[in-house]
Design a protein around this ligand. Sequence first.
Ligand code: CMP
Length: 354
Amino acid sequence: MMSLLSFRNLGAARSLPAIIGLFAVALLTVPDLAAGWQLGFRLQLGLVWALYAFQLARGLFQRQRGQVTPDTNLPNVIAVVVPALALIWPATRPDAAIFCGVWVLKPLGDLTAFRLVLRVLANEARNLFGVMSIFGIILFVASFFAYLLEHAAQPDTFRSIPQAMWWAITTLTTTGYGDAIPQSLFGRILAGTVMMCGIGVFALWAAILATGFAEELRRQDFILVWKLVADVPLFATLPHRDLAEIVRALKPRRLPAGSVICSKGQMGNEMFFLQEGTVSIAASPPVTLGPGQYFGEMALISGEPRSATVTAATPVTLLALHISDFQLLIDEGSGLADAVRQTAEDRRRSRAET
Ligand code: CMP
């Protein structure tokens, strides 16, 4: 879930000015706000606008020098131009500050989460459309019967099938504003049935979206790991089928310099492929491993405790392989297992010799 973590940090930091600005926009609409507060909130808006104007100007300048920058994206241009126009346009309503509401586009444009939602909706469009059709059919049937059962008793509320649809929607979504209530026994039985159907339809929707999100995140992680795996020479010779399997099994991990990855004497249940950075192995003599190399295999093969403490000498990106997945690879007779076994044997021999 590395991708998820990184977008959370980034999106939240970039969205902060927009959140501050939108907060002021909302509070400025409160009637009878004290003059001091009004001034404070307008100042807040001015500062956020100045920041956006600076970012846009910097972006335009960088563009002129041929650099690619997200600062000149459409939401950024809108964020500066719309409030400025609203302020100088003579026909604008007196509360021009409300136009700063366009800043809501800024976090939407920045958030990877938003793009993720759009991708999930696009991927699941067919299934969502299927559930929408069921919703439409239930809506029509419910309105039809509500009209038949209630029209005579409540001709104003259930005047036509389209009007009964309002009742059907509020009932299907279990919102129930209480402005239209069936009075006949059968009308109430219908209402109960429609509510149950509504819960079912929304549960289906939620299930489709949840599965879609999980799938998309898994796919993103898969692509990320696939790219990392490409840098590990040991995997270069693997056939595509084995490679896909190992990519699914590997978990990326980023650690700062100085982190202890495994300690001598502890039982080990993972081995690690080093994608970026270097690690120090406290063997005698000490060993340093770099990108493309791996460690932690000896404990998995022998079942003995870790033979040495391994520490990150620089910030590192590792791909961790759990013992159960390692065992699967061995059982399938993959060439990778033989290579790892051979390395473990060589390392054991070199340790014994020193
Ligand atoms: P393991 O014993 O599971 O945990 C510590 C790891 O350090 C070990 O597996 C090896 O992968 C690695 N290691 C230990 N000694 C050496 C060595 N002499 N040369 C290279 N790697 C080593």
